[in-house]
Write a new protein. Structure first.
Lengths: 112, 113
């Protein structure tokens, strides 16, 4: 089955850039997503990228996709304390039902 | 207006009980989902329904039974609750088709004692 992996923790200083990495195994992925989960809250969609793109920028967020290596990254510029949360990448394969396979989540901690 | 809502937000119950979690979406979406997030924050899909029809049924014990009375509602009934069922259960919805964003509810935190 599909597998999506992320590093568990990332700590950065306020104002620095954060880069959260994700690897996946499903070669039939159509879309890849980044979701943010704040403590005690649900999941908020941040951005997504179609599998035939290699980069997408949306304000402070930049998504890079290396399809050959099955590697996805999310860069947050000028990281703020409000960015502290768990970030999940998710892979949508070609199978029916729009099934999302989530990564293990990366806990981002932003320090002053 | 809340797009995807779940009730209750918190649920504490004894082992062996039967409980239901309700989900409603007012986005006019055709597809609804249940996900389970365990204590390590790992998220996994359980079920998805499209227009009241079951599409995805992952390896979930048959003590879990989803019910979709209409396409705006997807409820989750759990029989004979076990300690390992303690988790956060998220409902989500989307339009049908790839690229359609899934919108998540706030979650129901279930604790089985």
């Amino acid at each position: 089955g599909e597998d999506v992996e992320q590093s568990l923790f990332l700590s950065v200083r306020e104002g620095d850039s954060s880069v959260i990495n994700c690897t996946y195994t499903d070669s039939s992925s159509t879309y890849l997503y980044w979701y943010k989960q704040e403590p005690g809250a649900g999941l908020q969609l941040l951005t997504y990228i179609f599998s035939n793109m290699d980069m997408k920028q949306d304000q402070r967020l930049t998504v890079l996709l290396n399809k050959k290596d099955k590697h996805l990254s999310l860069r947050i510029a000028d990281t703020q304390t409000g960015d502290s949360a768990i970030y999940f990448c998710a892979d949508q394969g070609r199978g029916g039902g729009n099934k999302l396979t989530f990564g293990t989540g990366t806990q981002l901690k932003v320090e002053l | 207006d809340t797009a995807v809502s779940q009730t209750p937000k918190y649920l504490v119950t004894q082992m062996g009980n039967d409980k239901s979690i309700k989900c409603e979406q007012n986005l006019g979406h055709d597809t609804m989902y249940w996900y389970k997030q365990d204590s390590k924050k790992f998220l996994k899909i359980m079920f998805s329904y499209n227009n009241k029809e079951l599409i995805i049924n992952e390896t979930v014990p048959n003590r879990f039974s989803p019910k979709s009375p209409d396409k705006a509602h997807l409820n989750l009934h759990i029989n004979s609750l076990e300690l390992g069922d303690s988790a956060v259960y998220f409902c989500a919805s989307s339009q049908e088709g790839p690229k359609e964003t899934q919108y998540f509810g706030p979650g129901t935190r279930l604790l089985v004692l």
